[in-house]
Design a protein around this ligand. Structure first.
Ligand code: NAD
Ligand code: DAU
Length: 360
């Protein structure tokens, strides 16, 4: 049975990936999820998985060499899927250091421990071992407002925020391990994800939550920044397909071919909420565009991201499957059915973060 070590599996994409993998492989795989449970990690995301004989959770920091080495020593890990990171751009602008710590140092620890566990005496690696580093399209910087401009795997790195700089650094470390040691790895650079379990500091869950509560919907700058939105389950599938079918040492860009301005996203969410809220629901009265509030722009705000997922399509046969209209309905339906999840994650520290972040 193949054993996966997933880092950051209690976060948004990691937990969706774990659900996807058990749905697909059931008892044919084993997953060890290592997560430090920062503000973004939530074991509630993994209800339904806990209790399986082939799932183990380990609470540990990826920067903790001994803890990570112990996991490799006690388990014959076949695959690493490395999600754990500080992931929010706004937080990186306020507090960059933890991004360097987790995203750069943590990735170095993961690489080193995997290398130590997998390397043979002659410097080659045990058969079948693979490391997948989950990264972002933000490493490529910002595109002009030109619908023919896309990020390709060959686009030079040009990160702007402390978050994207830390992710670019971690990508470079993975590349260095591949080039120097022929370490068996892949990198995936993905566009903006949305879907169940996303923490409401990110645009889509924040807008859904605020709109339902009749709170202001904060739009940075002119609202015309463009992001390329991908339903999270499609991302989970892409990661699995890259590990199964991709060529080792390659980078694959993963994107939805679904570019939208932030203000368009907000209008779509408002319209969809109106359609989906039942007649007589009192929230129908306040879910309106009156809530839209333009606020100060994000510092260094990248204008446009757009991935050309040509390589992953041609080589691996992956394509985004979920149209935005369908994905946003599934996401809103999930939030309707999981009001307690939202209440739990927005109690406590979230309020402090929110009040501080949006005080202007
Ligand atoms: P998230 O913030 O929701 O989850 C991150 C997880 O990592 C949390 O469970 C957290 O507890 C854990 N973690 C943080 N620091 C840790 C540490 N030091 N040790 C162990 N665990 C730690 O993030 P996400 O949105 O799920 O993103 C996952 C990965 O995908 C990240 O590497 C991110 O850069 C990348 N990515 C995200 C998106 C997106 O749209 N969300 C798009 C492309 C790439
Ligand atoms: O592109 C991939 C990246 O997408 C990932 O690597 C990051 O981990 C992920 O957080 C995401 O980064 P963004 O900065 O693009 O996502 P965010 O949801 O924070 O913002 C999306 C857009 O919406 C961006 O242009 C900023 C804007 N925005 C965001 C918030 C939170 C607003 O206008 N108002 C807001 O309140």
């Amino acid at each position: 049975m193949r054993t996966y070590l997933v880092t950051g599996g209690a976060g948004f994409i990691g937990s969706n990936y774990i659900h996807y993998m058990f749905k697909k492989y059931d008892n044919d795989i084993r997953i060890i999820n290592v997560d430090a449970l920062t503000y973004a990690g939530n074991l509630e995301n993994l209800k339904g998985v806990e209790g399986r004989d082939n799932y183990t959770f380990v609470k540990a920091d990826i920067c903790d060499k001994e803890a990570i080495a112990k996991i490799f020593a006690e388990n014959d890990i076949d695959r690493v899927v490395h999600f754990a990171a500080e992931s929010h751009v706004d937080r990186s602008i306020r507090n960059p250091e933890v991004f360097v710590q987790t995203n750069v140092l943590g990735t170095a620890v993961m690489l080193n421990c995997a290398k130590a566990a997998w390397e043979l005496e002659d410097g080659t690696f045990k058969e079948g071992k693979k490391f997948l580093h989950v990264s972002t399209d933000e490493v490529y910087g910002s595109l002009p407002d030109d619908e023919n401009a896309f990020f390709y795997e060959t686009t030079p790195y040009d990160p702007h925020s402390p978050y994207s700089a830390s992710k670019a650094s971690s990508d470079m470390l993975v590349k260095a391990y591949m080039d120097t040691y022929k370490f068996p790895a892949n990198i995936t650079n993905c566009s903006n994800n949305y879907g169940p379990y996303q923490f409401p500091e990110k645009l889509i869950p924040l807008i859904i939550n605020n709109a339902l509560q009749g709170k202001k919907l904060p739009v940075y700058g002119d609202g015309k920044n463009v992001r390329d939105w991908l339903f999270v389950e499609d991302h989970a599938k892409a990661i699995d397909m890259v590990q199964e079918k991709g060529r080792l040492f390659e980078t694959y860009n993963v994107g939805g071919h679904n570019e939208k301005q932030n203000i368009e996203i907000i209008h779509i969410i408002l319209d969809t909420l109106q359609e989906m809220l039942p007649e007589g629901d009192p929230r129908k009265a306040h879910v309106t565009e009156q809530l839209i509030t333009y606020v100060e722009d994000r510092k260094g705000h990248d204008r446009r991201y757009a991935i050309a997922p040509d390589k992953i399509k041609a080589e691996i046969g992956w394509e985004p499957e979920t149209m935005f209209k369908e994905g946003i309905r599934k996401t809103i339906q999930w939030f309707f059915e999981n009001e307690d999840w939202m209440k739990n994650v927005t109690s406590g520290d979230y309020q402090k973060y929110y009040n501080d972040m949006y005080k202007n």
